[in-house]
Every structure is written in C-alpha cells, then in structure tokens.
Write a protein that binds this ligand. Structure first.
Ligand code: SIN
Length: 310
C-alpha cells in the first residue's frame, strides 16, 4: 500500500531518517537498515572528520528540538566505505549526504563521489545553520547558482539538494527558477529553521552551548513551514525534480499532509531522535490507517492533491 517509486527503484514505503539523526556511525546506519524505514541517508560528510561544536549541542524540547551540532562526522571516506559495502548487500539505493564548508570543499566531495563506485543518490546539503562564520549557502541565491553550475560541469550521478526553509513567495519563485536550470533529481525541504533560541523556564538559561544558545529548530514547531516549502516547490519545480518532505512529521497524519502537498519521500529527524527507529513502523501503520479510511490503495492517488479554497 505504501510502495513508493523514486528514480528507478520502488521502496517499501516513503519513510527515511533525516540526515543528522541516527546516521553518524555504521552501527546506527545498520539499525536503520534493519528498521521499517523505506530508505536511509548518511550524516552529512565533510572531507575530513569533524568533532563539531561543543556540547551540549542538541536538546529535545517540548514541541521539538534545538541543535547546533556543527557537522560532526567521521569524514567522507568512512561513509563511502559504508556505502560501497551497503550496495553489495542491499538493492535499495542509499542516500549519501555531503556538506562542504566552502565551495571548494563541496566540489571536492562531489568529485570524490563521482570518481567512486557509489551508485546511490547524493544529497548536497546547502542549508546547515550551525557552522560558526559560515552562513547557510542556499540563502545566497547567486552562490547557490554558482555552486550548482560548477557541480553539473562534472557530476553525472543522481543529485538532490537539501534546502533551508524559505518564508516569502518571492524567494520560492527565485530559488525555484535557479533550481529548474539544473538536472537535479530532488529537492529536500526543509532543514531546521535556523538560529532559533530556546530558554529553560526554571534556570533562565539557554539549553545548548554553541553560539550563545542559537540553533536550528525542528519538530512540531516547524510543520507549517515545512508543508509550505514542500508545496511551494512542488508547484514551481519541473516535474522531474521530486520533493523530499522533511519537518514536523510526528504522526501518520503529518506524513499524509506532506504527501498531499506533493512530497515523494518523507524524512523524520526530531521525532526519530526522541523515539528511535521503532518510529518507522508506527508512522507506516498510522499512514495506512488514514489511507484505508479515505479509500486510497496507493499514495499516488492523493500525492500533491491538496485542495485550496476558490
Ligand atoms: C549540524 O551538523 O549542525 C546539523 C546539520 C544540518 O543542519 O544541516
């Protein structure tokens, strides 16, 4: 019932982890393989391993989470080793995330993937809000276009981009016009809402150490913004560019709403961090229940069919 075709492969369901959650180590990635997630993605890799920002740097809060991880990861070689081994044993293509902290590093990362035997799907993360002194790339429209132009001069494997949330119709128009110039296979909306602040009411203190407590917000707080971004890009992008919907998925109803807005795959971050990989079975069951109640046999029957008021 939940089968989802993405590029040339049909996954058992559309659910995945969001990059950054439960995917830093090979052990965590293996737990996702063994879960009821349809697909999985690795932690955004940089060329060299990074320790990331000082702890505490992630906090679960009542309506979601705040994080300023700062791209801690084991470096691209670690994840490429995992990916090459994974693809010997698994048919479902792996999603592989990279996030350079400069234009040059992004190109180096993608060059390395291009030259490797990796045959899955690559995600270029243009939206990390947590590296001090490095603004979120995809809020700089000319820079985004410059990077994609350079990338597609040599990169021929399937590539998607992870975007930050946008909040203005003009920005949806401008970013979509840029993205439509390139043979991207998907857009992933949204990364966390960057640079929020959460205050503990007992201690009057922030809850994470980096950047004076500023960090990316996820979870229930972000669902309306995530849905707007999924819808905003679904209605503006070339149909060849699929949408991965990320942000505020806690229940089958949230997953259903992302699909209604046009998402093909769905990623879960904050709530996966709270519940662990058992969440995928729960959300799959809840989504199936909703589909049965509404009389749908397949997701394709309602994907993108959000109703608006005349
Ligand atoms: C981080 O490592 O800081 C989170 C990654 C991201 O938000 O892209």
């Amino acid at each position: 019932m939940l089968k989802t075709t993405f590029l040339d492969y049909t996954y058992a369901n559309p659910l995945m982890n969001a990059s950054g959650v439960h995917c830093m180590t090979m052990e965590e990635l293996d737990q996702l393989v063994d879960s009821k997630a349809g697909a999985l993605i690795t932690k955004s890799a940089t060329m060299a391993a990074r320790a990331g920002n000082p702890e505490p740097r992630y906090s679960d809060v009542p309506l979601g989470s705040i994080n300023s991880m700062g791209l801690p990861n084991h470096g691209i070689d670690y994840y490429l080793d995992y990916a090459l081994n994974y693809q010997k044993n698994q048919q479902a293509p792996l999603f592989f995330s990279v996030a350079g902290t400069s234009v040059q590093e992004n190109l180096q990362l993608l060059q390395k993937i291009q030259e490797s035997e990796f045959n899955g799907i690559t995600e270029l993360n243009l939206s990390c809000p947590n590296v001090p002194g490095k603004p979120q790339v995809a809020y700089d429209f000319p820079l985004t276009e410059e990077i994609l132009t350079k990338v597609f001069s040599f990169f021929t494997k399937p590539l998607g981009v992870k975007l930050p949330p946008y909040f203005d119709m003009a920005h949806f128009d401008q970013m979509a016009a840029i993205l439509n110039k390139f043979p991207l296979v998907y857009v992933n909306s949204i990364n966390s809402i960057g640079n929020g602040l959460y205050i503990d009411e007992q201690s009057d203190e922030v809850v994470i150490r980096p950047k004076g407590g500023f960090g990316g917000i996820g979870g229930e707080y972000v669902k309306p913004t995530a849905l707007a971004n999924v819808r905003g890009f679904y209605t503006r992008l070339n149909p060849e560019i699929k949408i991965i919907g990320t942000g505020g998925i806690l229940t089958g109803q949230d997953a259903y709403e992302h699909l209604l807005c046009g998402a093909t795959m769905l990623q879960i971050g904050t709530q996966l961090h709270k519940e662990g990989p058992a969440i995928f079975e729960r959300i799959n069951n809840e989504l199936e229940e909703i589909m049965k109640k509404k009389g749908y046999q397949t997701i394709d029957e309602f994907r993108g069919k959000l109703k608006t008021i005349d």
